[in-house]
Ligand binder design. Structure first.
Ligand SMILES: Cc1cc2nc3c(=O)[nH]c(=O)nc-3n(C[C@H](O)[C@H](O)[C@H](O)COP(=O)(O)OP(=O)(O)OC[C@H]3O[C@@H](n4cnc5c(N)ncnc54)[C@H](O)[C@@H]3O)c2cc1C
Length: 508
């Protein structure tokens, strides 16, 4: 984009921000919020608002290198300390017709917390207590703003785990996990967050407090729990979650395997899951990702695909499952190697390398999709082929680290070398289009665990079909003023907002 274009956009943004702040002040909202939560927890200075204006959406980071932003600054940031304070804030906002966005830690990668018209950010991080640990029912109740790492550590200290360990464990909140329908590195055993959460409390856009009592199962109509888990702040603000917990396993068996090709590795994972085993970790890497992790290990010379598999539980069970996996592995000509690559991964399991690429000027992004086993190889090949045609140095690689009896999450990394933004962004947009539309045409889902946020809105109609009409109607019924996280999840934005579904290749 030319410097005139940038200045025009900046000017427009500044004018919009002045307008938004003026509206907020006219409504006297800062003072009214301060009456509820204390003036110290109402942040209105520009630096504070700027810190809440973005999450980890890679596209936003690309344009931020030129000082540009995808959305607007928030009008205000409020930091409640209890569900009652959230209720009061929501009631005041509804009265003033002021849109809000619940904010966990801003670790989302789809722009889910990006304001589109000076929304008020409701930062949940002061709500950070474990409310109850029930070792009879194996349940933990926790406030939604608790940091994931602190939460898991507190459970580990007592000899338990909730089994949800996203790579972003240390930079995300438990409420954000549920809001995005996230998946952790041990999902093959413990399930995704929707399998772990059994109850919750949440504030609706009219200020009522919704409670789903924590129970193993019920048959009382459609699941209200499932309506809220994955609603990305657009239907409710989650204030409390009750989750399953498990005793830390007595024993663990680790296998690192070298396999002749991708289809052998995928076939092995499929057999393990369809045999009803419960591996704690299954990580399969394509040739490129294997090569980066196995330098100097001879077995990978003629077997270029790696599988890391961890079995756990009572000692006898872990051993028996490991013995079965070793037998299955032999059938696909896999050989076991030393565990160095897995040990290295374990040491760095919460470390992200995205920033390193960003700082060097690269355009690095990841896209995770779900696909059934029967379609996996074809999906991988068709995306790989099309990416290779886009640019001679375009990087594409994938791993599979969430496996199920029916299929798998394909986690893909795409990277463009340092180049002019005007050239890179249309290719980046094309990469997203290829990955999402190929997934859909292979019968898959456009997202496995990162959610939809802002960036995936364009594909939500194709993902859900008539179901998207249902979602729009549910949103309109629960939130007729469109107050909660407007314009996300492919849902409509309020008039005058930044267009959440615009063609981003035109942002140059
Ligand atoms: C390096 C890195 C690795 C990652 N790895 C994983 C991974 O392995 N697995 C995975 O699932 N995700 C992963 N993510 C994505 C992200 O961390 C998750 O989506 C996480 O669950 C977001 O939590 P958060 O608290 O930061 O939420 P935020 O980013 O603050 O918010 C995300 C969305 O949830 C909504 N929200 C937040 N809190 C609430 C609440 N209390 N009530 C209602 N809505 C709310 C927001 O409005 C927004 O729409 C990764 C991200 C990064 C940067």
């Amino acid at each position: 984009m030319s410097s005139i274009g940038v200045s025009k956009r900046l000017l427009k943004t500044v004018l919009r921000l002045i307008e938004e702040m003026t509206i907020l002040l006219t409504k006297d909202l800062p003072a009214r919020f301060a009456d509820v939560i204390g003036a110290g927890h109402v942040l209105s200075d520009e630096a504070a608002r700027d810190a809440y204006a973005h999450d980890r959406l890679p596209f936003a980071n690309f344009v931020a290198r030129d000082g540009d932003r995808v959305g607007t600054l928030p009008g205000l940031v409020v930091r409640p300390a209890s569900a009652e304070e959230v209720v009061d804030i929501v009631r005041l906002a509804a009265e003033a017709d002021q849109p809000v966005i619940p904010y966990g830690s801003g670790s989302g990668v789809l722009g889910g917390t990006i304001p589109l018209k000076g929304e008020v950010m409701i930062d949940m991080q002061r709500m950070d207590r474990i409310v109850d640990l029930n070792l009879d029912d194996n349940l933990v109740t926790v406030e939604a703003g608790m940091n994931g790492g602190a939460f898991e550590e507190a459970l580990n200290t007592k000899g338990y785990t909730c089994g949800h360990r996203p790579q972003s464990l240390e930079i995300s909140t438990v409420g954000g996990w549920a809001a995005c329908r996230g998946g952790g590195q041990e999902s093959s055993r413990f399930g995704k967050i929707e399998d772990i959460v059994v109850g919750l409390k949440a504030v609706l856009p009219d200020g009522r407090l919704l409670e789903v009592r924590p129970l193993p199962k019920r048959a009382t109509g459609p699941s209200i729990l499932d309506l809220i888990v994955g609603s990305e702040g657009a239907l409710a603000i989650i204030t409390e979650l009750t989750m399953r917990i498990w005793k830390l396993p007595e024993a663990e068996e680790r296998l690192v395997l070298a396999l002749p090709d991708r289809s052998a590795a995928l076939g092995l994972a499929k057999r393990i899951m369809q045999a009803g085993l419960h591996p704690r970790i299954v990580r399969l890497y394509d040739e490129k990702e294997t090569a980066g992790r196995t330098k100097g290990i001879a077995e990978f010379g003629d077997r270029p695909v790696m599988a890391n598999i961890v079995l756990c539980g009572e000692t006898d069970v872990a051993r028996a499952e490991a013995a079965l996996v070793r037998r299955f592995a032999k059938d696909v000509d896999a050989v076991e190697t030393d565990t160095r690559p897995f040990d290295e991964w374990l040491k760095n399991r919460y470390v992200s390398i995205t920033k390193q690429w960003l700082d060097k000027g690269y355009y690095n992004d990841t896209i995770e999709v779900t696909v059934n086993w029967s379609q996996t190889t074809s999906l991988y090949d068709s995306i790989a082929e099309q990416i290779a045609e886009l640019h001679p140095e375009a990087h594409f690689s994938a791993h599979w680290s969430h496996v199920y009896p029916e299929g798998v999450c394909q986690y893909m990394t795409f990277r463009l070398p340092p180049m002019d933004k005007d050239a890179a962004l249309p290719i980046h947009a094309r990469i997203w289009q290829i990955a999402q539309s190929e997934t859909l045409s292979h019968g898959g889902s456009i997202a496995h665990h990162h959610g939809s946020g802002l960036f995936r809105g364009a594909w939500m109609d194709e993902e859900h079909g008539v179901g998207m009409d249902v979602l729009r109607q549910v949103k309109a019924a629960i939130d007729p003023q469109n107050l909660f996280n407007q314009g996300k999840l492919g849902l409509p934005a309020r008039p005058g907002s930044v267009d959440p579904h615009r063609d981003r290749s035109a942002d140059v």
